[in-house]
Write a protein that binds this ligand. Structure first.
Ligand code: SF4
Length: 289
């Protein structure tokens, strides 16, 4: 397999066969993200991608899940993606899910019919980085989309029938925006009503704009207690019908999980207990991305 640079994937794709269909991220401007800073974005040609899939076929006797990397594979032209999904069907008939990262703009550029067609061909999950539901915070972190565009993109995926996973980052607005981030993000999640929410906690990566702001005192990181408070506010403002909530990533100080709305009160009670009775939070040295 010809992987170029470090290849990232969501935690839930840990056992997936990963194939790079793009190199880097077409946006590559988020203030907290260093994942693709050293890669010049390009779409790989179909011959290269097919060659990797065929090589994978010689290594793995059975593949259940495939993840198409890098940062926003849905930016590929629909015809290109369709050919890749058809090739996957031909080589790995037992594969039951193909996943991609996508920016909201990639989703908005596709028609609903295109998304439905991709879903029918096996695109089985879209991971979209919401990060925050606050308009101000989205602007501060250079996400490149408005709150409304986030909502429209999320709703469009839901309408297409493709399962949607949103990623949110605790502390991404800093201490000054703790309440705003919690409330606005909860409201946006409620409007989108995704299938999954993954809540990470902000980690400082070398060379990012947000790290420079922390070093200059312009941005204040949350303490673990403040992260808990922000999570509680977010959950209190989240009204969804059936959503798997996970905050058990390596970056999180505390592991929380459940299905919303059924486990909402239980998770909030756990947070209250942690805040009122004290807790040994995960040490900084054990946090990671
Ligand atoms: S967070 Fe996602 S969209 Fe933003 S630069 Fe990183 S990979 Fe690209």
């Amino acid at each position: 397999m010809r992987y170029e640079g470090i290849v990232y994937r969501p935690p839930s794709e840990a056992y997936s066969f990963i194939v790079q269909v793009t190199v880097g991220c077409a946006h590559n401007k988020c203030s907290f993200c260093s994942m693709y800073k050293n890669k010049k974005f390009r779409i790989r040609n179909l011959e290269e991608i097919f060659a990797d899939l065929e090589e994978g076929k010689t290594y793995y006797s059975r593949v259940d899940k495939i993840f198409l990397a890098d940062g926003d594979a849905l930016c590929l032209p629909t015809e290109h993606l369709k050919k890749i999904l058809l090739k996957i069907k031909e080589l790995f008939p037992q594969c039951n899910r193909v996943g991609v990262y996508s920016t909201p703009k990639d989703i908005l550029r596709k028609s609903l019919e295109d998304l439905k067609e991709l879903g029918n061909l096996g695109l089985g999950i879209i991971y979209m980085g919401l990060e925050s539901g606050s308009e101000e915070i989205l602007k501060d972190i250079n996400k490149g989309v408005t709150q409304e565009e986030m909502i429209q993109a999320g709703k469009k995926v839901k309408k297409s029938g493709i399962p949607l996973s949103l990623t949110v980052i605790s502390g991404i607005g800093g201490r000054e925006n703790l309440e705003r981030h919690g409330i606005e993000t909860g409201k946006v999640i409620s409007q989108i009503n995704p299938d999954f929410v993954g809540l990470l906690t902000l980690m400082l990566e070398q060379g990012t704009e947000i790290t420079s702001k922390v070093n200059s005192g312009e941005f204040n990181l949350l303490t673990p207690q403040e992260v808990m408070l922000e999570t509680k506010i977010l959950l209190q403002n989240t009204n969804v019908t059936n959503c798997i909530f996970r905050s058990n990533h390596a970056s999180n100080y505390v592991s929380l999980k459940g299905t919303l709305p059924f486990d909402k009160e239980r998770i909030i009670n756990t947070i209250d207990q942690i805040l009122n009775e004290g807790y040994r939070y995960k040490s900084e040295i054990f946090r990671g991305l």
